[in-house]
Design a protein around this ligand. Structure first.
Ligand SMILES: [Zn+2]
Length: 300
């Protein structure tokens, strides 16, 4: 009887093979019925409720802010060129702060955007000395040169403008009123620091008076005393004068060389071109709330 129960070895083999085949068919059928990418299908299902949304949001790792793009000081990689035919822009800033109702105040955000744009465009800041050498002695300047100037010596020039300038590899020129240092304006320690870090400190006279209305001797004093004071405090030569409110007359221009000034900066808009009068150079005023498009328009 045992023999009838026991399977023939050949039939056992066939049965085993058939079972494996059936199992394979079942597996294949199941596989075809279930979506291929079912895991991702589950995870990409639209979120059903607000609760789910919040949960998903809070569980999501916070986005890493993009790393600040490295700002390489342009001076390090600048190609040197002769005085550009299209002229050299000289920008005129005052306070870097929001001054309600006063366009002389340029908000920090606006100033940052302007410096970032100039940096991206490949501008390189130069000093008044560089400008002079290029105008007079065919001295080379970095390509896309620009002169950044600040009038009056506001303390926010040191606390707000300077860190931004430095971040973008720029240096600037600060025209200070020597009788006003340290009173809401930069003090000599701050000015000395700026000077040591490659910036230029130059004269905006002693009292910020309208030079065109002063006598010859008064004008002379405003020019010489401010120059001497900066030179004695900072140990640097001063060759540039910025006229208060852009006002000057023939006497001013006649006195300048005698007082030791080589460059004069006005508030007349425009760029500086080869052959310009060195004592009455143009500058572009940058005002608060100036649209970025207007700023960019200065650099065709
Ligand atoms: Zn001024």
């Amino acid at each position: 009887m045992k023999g009838t129960i026991l399977m023939n070895p050949n039939r056992k083999l066939i049965f085993g093979a058939a079972s494996i085949l059936v199992l394979l068919l079942i597996a294949l059928t199941v596989r075809l019925l279930v979506p291929y990418d079912f895991e991702s299908a589950i995870y990409t299902n639209p979120i059903k409720s607000d609760n789910d949304a919040q949960l998903t949001k809070s569980n999501k790792p916070a986005l890493t802010p993009p790393a600040p793009s490295a700002t390489v000081p342009p001076e390090n990689k600048a190609k040197m060129v002769v005085f550009p035919q299209e002229g050299i822009p000289v920008l005129m800033y005052h306070s870097i702060k929001t001054l309600p109702g006063n366009s002389l105040g340029v908000p920090v955000k606006q100033f940052t955007e302007e410096m970032a744009w100039l940096c991206r465009q490949g501008y390189h800041s130069i000093s008044p000395d560089d400008l002079y050498e290029s105008l007079i002695n065919q001295g080379l300047v970095p390509e896309k040169p620009i002169l950044l100037t600040f009038d009056d010596g506001y303390s926010d020039n040191y606390s707000s403008a300077w860190p931004i300038l430095r971040q973008y590899g720029f240096r600037a020129t600060f025209f200070i009123i020597t009788n006003s240092t340290g009173r809401g304006m930069m003090n000599w320690d701050q000015l000395s620091d700026l000077s040591k870090q490659g910036n230029t400190v130059a004269s905006h006279t002693v009292h910020h008076l309208d030079l065109s209305k002063l006598s010859e001797s008064q004008q002379e004093r405003e020019m010489t005393v401010s120059k001497l004071e900066i030179e004695s405090h900072l140990g640097v030569g001063v060759q540039s004068l910025c006229f208060p409110s852009g006002k000057y007359n023939k006497t001013t221009l006649a006195l300048m060389p005698k007082a030791g000034y080589k460059l004069g900066f006005t508030t007349k808009p425009g760029k500086v071109y080869l052959g310009d009068n060195l004592l009455t150079l143009n500058r572009e005023r940058i005002y608060g709330s100036m649209p970025m498009a207007s700023f960019q328009w200065l650099f065709p």
